[in-house]
Design a protein around this ligand. Sequence first.
Ligand SMILES: C[S@@+](CC[C@H](N)C(=O)[O-])C[C@H]1O[C@@H](n2cnc3c(N)ncnc32)[C@H](O)[C@@H]1O
Length: 234
Amino acid sequence: MDGEGEVDERMRWVERVLASPPLIHPDAPNGAVWSTEPDCYRFMADQVARGSHTLETGIGLSTVLFAAWGCDHLAVSPYRYEADRILEYCSDMGIHTHSLRFDIRPSDVALPALVGGEPLDLVFIDGCHGFPMPIIDWFYGAGRLRRGGTVVFDDLALPQVFTPVDTFLERDRRWLRLERTGKWAAYRRLSEGPLAEMEMDQEFYPDPRLTPWRRAKDRVPLNVKRTVRHVIGI
Ligand SMILES: C[S@@+](CC[C@H](N)C(=O)[O-])C[C@H]1O[C@@H](n2cnc3c(N)ncnc32)[C@H](O)[C@@H]1O
C-alpha cells in the first residue's frame, strides 16, 4: 500500500537530489546534469510507488530518483560512464540500487530488443532528441505501458518532441493528457498492447483519399446503417 507518508518521502528525495545534483553531464548548463523542471520530478514522484515498473531513455537526475523511490527501473543510454557516475552518486547518498538496471545501448537498439517483463507503469522519454528518436522511444517504450500507465516527454520545445505529441497523442482519445508545460508533458494510456496499427484504426486522422460522401458514410454507426437498409429493403 502506498500511503501519504511514502509520497512525502519520494518528494523529499526530489528536493534532496535537486539540492545536490549528481555530476553526470559536464556539458549541461549547470555543469552537472541535464534535467527537467522540478515539477516534472514531483509529478513522477506522485505517479509511482515502491516496486513500480518504470523505464527511461537517457540517464540523469531522474535515474537517481527512480532508484531512491524503489522503482523496478530500467535506464537506457549508450554511455557506460553515465551509469557508473549514477552508481557512485547513489552509493555516496546511501541510495539502494538493487532495483536499478541499465541497458548500455542507444534506445533504438535496446528498446526493440526488450523481451518479456511486466507491463510498465511509467515511461520517461528523455534520451536522444533527434528525429525520429522520441517517436521510436514512445513506440517501443510506451508500447509496453499497462492500461492506465503514464508516459512523460521532456523537451517539448523541440519540434522533434512536440510533433508526435501534438499531431498524434493530443488527437487520440486513447491518450489522456495529465499535465503539460512548455517543457514537459504527461499522458495516461487508456489502451494496452503494442502501438502498431492500421491507418483505419486512427479515425481521428481524416483520410484525404476518401470523398466527403464516403467519409460521412463511414462515420454512421453500423447498427444505424443496418436499420436504414432494413427500412428501405436493401
Ligand atoms: C537530457 S539527458 C537526460 C536527463 C535526465 N532524464 C534527467 O532528468 O536528469 C539525455 C540523456 O540521453 C542520453 N542519450 C543520448 N543519446 C541516446 C540514445 N541514442 N539512446 C538513449 N539515450 C541517449 C544522453 O547520454 C543523456 O544521458
